[in-house]
Design a protein around this ligand. Structure first.
Ligand code: PAZ
Length: 364
């Protein structure tokens, strides 16, 4: 039997975590980039959102051969980042390496492969230069051209305007170090910074002190791994790293009856502004906003009435407001493309964030 653990786990506070686990080697360089980005957006009076996206890995060895991972492809984060840009925000997009990214997500992975958009056109041979065959041209399939043009235009604009700044992480350790450092940089923006924490972050990890240096060997029977709990970082984020920021976390469950109680418990424990609950299998067309009662919900007026949740499901639950947001699973936009619930989530959050800024006297 191979075991990578000692018999007891350690309880890591955020403080003891950062005192004992090593930062990723690129951290200082990444933060220089964020600092410059924040300075530009601050000078321009922009609201800034940090979007975290995709899953984190948990390596089992220091020389990593094996790791634990989770399902997240980064759809929620990449899609939401596009809608935040559309709403006028500058976006720090902190995502799992190789997960979906804004704009390119439309043609990534296997859902809509980029190569399928392209045609090879071979010009007719010219009679004047008989010995050389003409070079084929590449064109975009005509049915895809309008969509591609629209996405490409937004993509180019996001990059030339300098409104999208991208950071990557792989492990849960990278994520925690990066989140803390980025939040500390964004804190100067006071109330005009919104945190949209959609990444699927592991709840468990293996501290480096307990990791095997080399590949765990088989041949000794089963593998037992005892992991420690990842420290709860929302509390120091709200209390210390970025106390004026508007913090939205996500809660994923597979048992829908847990969504609201767990969301309420998170708000009570960490003191942030909103938890968006989503069920694994319904997350693309249904989410629930659980917020502290001080912020009245401003459910997006542009939603067709059939998409609005029925009123008896919404309302005050003790100290919290609960509002469901739903779209029909097969809903389409005016051009016949599938509607994306992130459009409604972002519209709702932009309204609530603005109310938060106004309440504090407006520092955007
Ligand atoms: O990346 P994706 O679009 O496939 O999934 C999004 C999500 C379910 C990871 C996100 O909405 C979420 O709930 N993030 C927080 C997960 C959690 O740690 O509870």
């Amino acid at each position: 039997m191979a075991s990578t653990s000692s018999s007891s786990t350690t309880h890591f506070s955020a403080e003891s975590y950062f005192a004992t686990q090593l930062p990723p080697p690129t951290l200082a360089h990444d933060i220089d980039g964020v600092r410059a980005f924040v300075a530009r957006q601050r000078a321009a009076g922009k609201k800034v959102v940090l979007v975290t996206s995709g899953g984190t890995t948990v390596p089992l060895e220091l020389n990593v051969v094996r790791f634990l991972d989770n399902f997240s492809a980064g759809t929620r984060g990449a899609t939401s980042a596009e809608y935040f840009l559309k709403a006028g925000y500058a976006v720090v997009f902190m995502h799992r390496q190789f997960s979906l990214q804004p704009f390119s997500r439309h043609y990534s992975h296997s859902t809509n492969p980029f190569l399928d958009l392209l045609e090879i056109e071979t010009p007719a041979p010219s009679s004047s230069v008989a010995s050389t065959s003409p070079t084929p041209d590449i064109t975009v399939t005509s049915t895809q051209r309008a969509d591609l043009l629209e996405i490409l235009t937004s993509y180019k604009h996001a990059h030339t305007s300098g409104l999208l700044h991208t950071l990557t992480f792989v492990t849960v350790n990278d994520y925690l170090w990066l989140l803390r450092a980025v939040a500390q940089e964004l804190a100067v923006l006071k109330h005009s910074v919104l945190y949209y924490l959609a990444a699927a972050v592991s709840d468990f990890f293996l501290p480096r002190q307990k990791m095997s240096e080399h590949k765990i060997q088989s041949g000794k029977g089963s593998l037992l791994i005892e992991m420690d709990q990842v420290p709860k970082i929302l509390k120091p984020m709200v209390d210390e790293w970025s106390p004026d920021g508007f913090v939205v976390s996500f809660k994923l469950e597979t048992d829908p009856t847990l969504l609201i109680p767990k969301a309420r418990a998170a708000l009570a424990r960490y003191g942030h502004q909103i938890v968006i609950g989503n069920d694994l299998n319904r997350r693309k067309h249904e989410v629930v906003f659980v917020a502290r009662a001080a912020q009245p919900p401003t459910v997006a007026p542009a939603l067709p009435s059939s998409d609005l949740p029925s009123s008896e499901e919404n309302g005050d639950v003790g100290l919290n407001t609960v509002s469901w947001l739903r779209i029909a699973p097969d809903a389409q936009d005016v051009r016949g493309r599938p509607r994306e619930i992130e459009e409604d989530i972002v519209r709702e959050l932009v309204g609530r964030h603005q109310a938060w800024i106004d309440r504090w006297g407006g520092d955007a």
